[in-house]
Ligand binder design. Structure first.
Ligand SMILES: Nc1ncnc2c1ncn2[C@@H]1O[C@H](COP(=O)(O)OP(=O)(O)OP(=O)(O)O)[C@@H](O)[C@H]1O
Length: 927
């Protein structure tokens, strides 16, 4: 007997086969799963140990309360028993579900037929017919028919509910620790995105699946951690959809690389994974990612997906031995639409996209087919898509493919292709199953289904009992005095930790509490960041943490829609086709399928911002709304600056570009509202200016300046001039087909109207005149002595009167402004510092001589110099000459540097005093 029990387990499999009298290839997976269960069963010794441990736990909890008749102690005991019971039920459920799915097939293929759309009327002729719940019939013109079989067929009237009910077992299985992958496949425009994403009134598989995951996790007695990631595969490249997309081809973008662990698990390096603790957070991220997807208009679909979109939910649960693995993942894949390129008549970029999509779809078909046929070699490496999904396809993963078919007659060829693909994906089932075996299988599956239902009922009862007991326990605690309350809450905490029991009401809090402890165990991509610590604000940090994680400097709110053109080899940049658009307009995100103003993070989302976005700043809706409206106000203020938007227009390479509205209060430019802007030079000038300042400051060798240099370098790297974003925004309006909503659009329309009112020539002409600076306290009519007083000037700029600084035509200051065009000085003062929003330096004026004092001889010098440098012929220069009589080039250069320093110190909010500028520094700045 003893030797028989020690026989290897594969003999057991054979025995079961012979007992069942079934063919091994049919039930081998089932037998394997039975074997696994047996292997995982605790040995006799282990069982004894387990029981002893349980007894010890019980006795120790009894010891906590000396009085055995204590009701609290009784409840604790009962909870321990019920917990053991529910753990056992969980294990059984997992086992039965797995058997069920194994019998159904680890790779299952469904077919969904799209309903006939509005305006599509085919009369009585229906080329694609759902014969029953498993078969589809295609009717051709020549009265020939062809039928296809699937695991499930959804006819054109099937609801999203019906579809999800078939998907749900896979989601349950995912909670049991199995990797899963759900695909939407089909010709473009057949409803893949509709099935996966759905519409607000009728959500699709992804939102429902996420909801189901959270619900099941809540009902479970374990603590689960979910993290959300989203990426797209566009023309063979992986792109994270949860991070800010590059606005320029040269912008650095984290490279997503695929790594295979020795155990075969796939990890995507640099892919953002954000921990989500409820459905709302996950949906926010999902909608955010959806907006960044590459879509474009094609012959077949106005908003055709031009990439494969992949959503990954990683599930981590430690301390659950019945789970297949501690961390597993579910992929939801909305595949790019397969299309016949000849039919779509695509060209240029659309053609390349179509080719890339078809190629990767074909690779996917090869992989699934190889898995189904159990081939030795599975060609995962043929496409990025199959590489990413490698560990979630086949083997013990659950794969579901939803093939979509068009009801249209004109799409019949594509429908045949799609259905052939689907048939190939489930070929094993078709080729090797005869009807008797199929019937037997169905009987077994029905039995398993019944068992599953029974277990679910039992689980529900046990959960209810546990809930009731927990409530009783809570009541007991509430009855105790306040100090006892404190103690009892500690006990309860220990109870939660010592005896894993499913208090359903507190599961969410539990997740939050324990998540911190689990953070150290989660995979690399979920490592805590400085940003995650910001969740509760900087005050939440300890002094030590504050030192280690200094508050991150927030970037200004950048709101812009961007049309990103990805360079494609062999395709002209000037391709007139609609470009790939990544809309980041201020369309509010949906929380409950309604507007949610938090979208204002738009494309400027960093990981940190996303975390703030999903965790929110106020827990209550009201708070949220207030926070959102405050953000919008801030944006409004930034874009329109109170009620006085002064729109400037610029002419750049025959293209009109609008610029940020400038605060009227601060800008008093008489007849000089508009200036020519050289877009391309902006960044260069900005960097040049900063470099010059740094260079100059180095010579000053001032300690504070040294600090500011480092800071400025950071600014150069992280923050382009404020104006650029708005101009980019307007650029999009000019270039992109995608329209943007909200404030941006409104501002652009207003701006465009204002621009249209002003003749372009005037803009060009007026750009010759540089705007001037003055302290409005000291206009040109004032006493010159007063104006020349350096101490007064310092007081005005550095101390309290900075809001009075404005731009005007005052002739005393014209000379200074010829160095750089200081557009606006905002009143964003902090303490005694001032901030100048931006300075634009025009290369055309950079070397213009500045008239600061001097006499006629200096004027002559200037003329000579100008002629030698070839600048004398410029009309702008001539104008300057006619206006300014006194010239001194050396002073000009010096002043230029000084102005840069002043601007930079103001820009950085350092304050002049912080820079330690002496009175001499201001020499020459005043007349
Ligand atoms: N079952 C359905 N019920 C109602 N409307 C549907 C259904 N399926 C698709 N549609 C509608 O058909 C249109 C095209 O669908 P969708 O964009 O989902 O196609 P797709 O397969 O994702 O296309 P592509 O591959 O080009 O992205 C949408 O307007 C969608 O609302």
């Amino acid at each position: 007997m003893a030797s028989r029990t020690r026989k290897p387990l594969h003999n057991l499999a054979e025995t079961i086969h012979s007992l069942l009298g079934q063919k091994s290839h049919l039930t081998s997976s089932w037998v394997k799963s039975v074997c696994n269960i047996i292997i995982n069963l605790p040995s006799e010794e282990q069982s004894i140990e387990l029981r002893t441990a349980n007894l010890e736990t019980m006795s120790s909890s009894e010891n906590l309360d000396d009085d055995l008749g204590n009701p609290k102690s009784k409840i604790t005991d009962e909870l321990a028993i019920l917990t053991a019971q529910i753990n056992e039920l969980n294990r059984q459920r997992k086992q039965v579900l797995n058997e069920f799915l194994d019998l159904k097939g680890n790779i299952r293929v469904f077919c969904r037929i799209r309903p006939i759309g509005i305006g599509e009327n085919f009369g009585c002729y229906r080329p694609v017919v759902a014969l029953d719940s498993r078969n589809v019939l295609l009717r051709f013109f020549d009265n020939k028919n062809k039928s296809y079989s699937f695991d499930k067929v959804f006819h054109h009237g099937s609801s999203q509910d019906e579809v999800f009910s078939e998907v749900e077992p896979v989601i349950k299985s995912a909670l049991d620790g199995y990797n899963a992958c759900i695909f939407a496949y089909g010709q473009t425009g057949t409803g893949k995105t509709f099935t996966m994403e759905g519409i607000p009134e009728s959500p699709g598989v992804v939102p429902r699946a996420i909801e189901a995951l959270f619900k099941q996790a809540m009902d479970s007695n374990h603590v689960y951690l979910f993290s959300f990631s989203m990426l797209e595969i566009y023309m063979g490249n992986l792109r994270d959809l949860l991070i800010r997309q590059p606005t320029k081809a040269m912008d650095p973008m984290p490279c997503l690389s695929i790594h295979t662990h020795p155990k075969g698990e796939i990890e995507i390096e640099n892919l953002v994974a954000i921990r989500v603790s409820d459905l709302t957070q996950a949906l926010k991220l999902y909608r955010l990612g959806c907006r960044f997807r590459s879509t474009a208009s094609t012959n077949c679909n106005i908003t055709s997906s031009r990439s494969h979109c992949l959503i990954r939910i990683s599930i981590t649960c430690s301390g659950a031995p019945e789970r297949r693995r501690e961390t597993n993942k579910v992929w939801f894949v909305d595949l790019g639409g397969s299309e016949r390129l000849l039919k779509t008549k695509a060209s240029g970029r659309r053609l390349e996209e179509g080719k890339a999509i078809n190629l990767s779809l074909s690779s996917l078909g090869d992989v699934i087919s190889a898995l189904q046929l159990r081939k030795g070699h599975v060609p995962y490496r043929n496409s990025k898509l199959t590489q990413v999904l490698k560990d979630s396809l086949g083997r013990d993963s659950k794969t579901l493919m939803l093939v979509h078919a068009s009801p249209k007659e004109e799409d019949l060829c594509e429908t045949v292709c799609s259905l052939n693909f689907a048939t190939r994906a489930r070929s094993v089932h078709l080729g090797n199953t005869d009807s008797t075996e199929q019937r037997e299988k169905e009987v077994v599956m029905m039995n398993l289904q019944e068992m599953m239902n029974k277990i679910e009922v039992e689980r529900h009862d046990v959960r209810m009992s546990i809930k009731q007991l927990n409530e009783e326990l809570d009541n007991l605690k509430t009855a105790a005095c306040s100090t006892e309350k404190l103690d009892s809450s500690v006990d309860a905490y220990h109870l939660v930790n010592e005896v894993p029991q499913p208090n359903l009401e507190t599961n969410r809090n539990k997740t939050a509490n324990i998540s911190a402890a689990l953070l150290s165990q989660v995979p690399r991509f979920m490592r805590p960041t400085v940003c995650s610590r910001r969740k509760s604000g900087p005050d939440h940090l300890t002094t030590e943490e504050k030192l280690r994680f200094p508050a991150r400097r927030r970037r200004p709110f950048n709101h812009y829609a961007k049309s990103v053109n990805f360079p494609v080899k062999g395709i002209s940049e000037n391709n007139s086709e609609c470009s790939i658009s990544r809309n980041s307009c201020l369309v509010p995100l949906n929380v409950n399928n309604s507007a949610d103003a938090e979208t204002d993070y738009s494309q400027d989302l960093s990981e940190c911002d996303i975390k703030e976005l999903i965790h929110g700043e106020g827990s209550e809706n009201g708070d949220k709304d207030n926070a959102c409206s405050a953000k919008y106000l801030k944006v409004d203020k930034w874009l329109c600056h109170k009620n006085a938007p002064a729109i400037r227009s610029h002419v750049h390479r025959n293209k009109r570009v609008l610029a940020i509205p400038t605060p009227e209060k601060k800008l008093i430019c008489k007849g000089q509202k508009e200036t020519e802007t050289f877009q391309d030079e902006k960044v260069n000038n900005y960097k040049l200016a900063v470099k010059q300042i740094i260079g100059h400051n180095k010579s000053e060798k001032h300690a504070d300046v040294e600090g500011s240099q480092r800071f400025m370098q950071e600014v150069i790297i992280n923050k382009p001039p404020t104006s650029m974003n708005v101009n980019d925004n307007i650029d999009t309006k000019c270039n992109s087909d995608s329209s943007s909503d909200g404030i941006v659009r409104e501002t652009m329309i207003n701006a465009q109207q204002k621009l249209d009112d002003v003749p372009t020539e005037k803009h060009t002409l007026s750009s010759i005149y540089p705007p001037d600076i003055l302290c409005s306290n000291f206009n040109s009519n004032q006493d010159d002595n007063k104006v020349n007083s350096l101490s007064t000037m310092q007081a005005v700029i550095g101390e309290t009167e900075c809001s009075d600084i404005s731009l005007s035509n005052n002739s005393n200051w014209r000379q200074i402004s010829t160095i750089g065009l200081v557009y606006s000085i905002l009143d964003s003062r902090q303490d005694s510092n001032i901030s100048i929003s931006r300075i634009e330096q025009k290369s055309g004026f950079r070397h213009l001589p500045i008239a600061i004092g001097g006499d006629d001889s200096e004027k002559e010098d200037l003329e000579k110099l100008s002629q030698s440098s070839g600048e004398g012929t410029r009309p702008g220069l001539q104008k300057m000459r006619s206006q300014d009589n006194n010239v001194n080039l050396g002073i000009c250069h010096l002043l230029q540097q000084k102005i840069h320093i002043l601007w930079a110190s103001a820009f950085l909010g350092l304050g002049f005093q912080n820079l330690g500028l002496e009175q001499e520094f201001f020499f020459g700045l005043m007349l």
